[in-house]
Design a binder for this molecule. Structure first.
Ligand code: FMN
Length: 191
């Protein structure tokens, strides 16, 4: 079983990545093969809105999105994580979503993405207000919905502006670890 974990933050080792890494630590205790990808390290240009991919099913731009689309097509589990930036997903993640348009037919509303995948959504916010990260989760799960990915787990950690804010949130981090650890069991129950 293969999990692709997409860190939507520009910070490869920032707060969002820290939460994702707890989940990954749990996953690698099982026999899940994990690929950790940080959008901030990748060259992914803006969608130009040309809609040529409607017919060609391929973007006209050549950048890291070519390999990334293949990688997510091969995954069984797709984890998508983002910090709350202005109460929404990061710019990097939004550009990634836009560039996934070749995987969806906007006219028919049909996905062109291989089916049967499970999705995990992760959000981190500085605000203690749960609506901040809830909006992020909503955006990620909406993306899952367009592609026919079944959301199976989600986690939000609020009140984290800087790394030291994780102090006192060990229970939430343990919850993240357990999401990764129990994933195989959870997916077995689903089948
Ligand atoms: C451009 C920007 C916008 C932000 N907007 C919000 C926001 O609207 N709500 C919030 O709770 N935190 C906001 N934050 C704080 C981040 O969500 C928080 O610091 C998070 O832990 C950063 O995660 P990262 O290290 O993965 O980037 C913002 C941070 C930045 C850099």
């Amino acid at each position: 079983m293969k999990a692709v974990c997409i860190i939507g933050s520009p910070n490869e080792y920032g707060n969002t990545a820290f939460v994702v890494d707890q989940i990954i630590d749990g996953m690698i205790e099982t026999d899940i093969k994990v690929e950790r990808l940080a959008l901030g390290k990748m060259e992914i240009n803006y969608c130009q809105g040309c809609k040529i991919c409607d017919t060609t099913r391929r973007c006209v731009q050549r950048d890291d999105m070519d390999a990334l689309i293949k990688t997510i097509e091969d995954a069984d589990i797709l984890l998508v994580a983002s910090p709350s930036y202005w109460g929404n997903v990061s710019g990097q993640l939004k550009v990634f979503f836009d560039r996934c348009l070749p995987l969806f037919d906007p006219r028919s509303g049909q996905t062109r993405f291989p089916q049967g995948k499970a999705g995990i959504a992760v959000a981190v916010s500085a605000s203690a207000d749960a609506t901040e990260s809830a909006n992020v989760i909503k955006a990620i799960e909406r993306f899952f919905g367009y592609l026919g990915i079944t959301p199976i787990q989600r986690i939000t950690i609020e009140g984290v502006y800087a790394k030291e804010d994780f102090v006192g949130k060990e229970e939430r981090l343990d919850e993240a670890f357990r999401i990764g650890l129990n994933l195989v069991k959870q997916l077995d129950f689903r089948n």
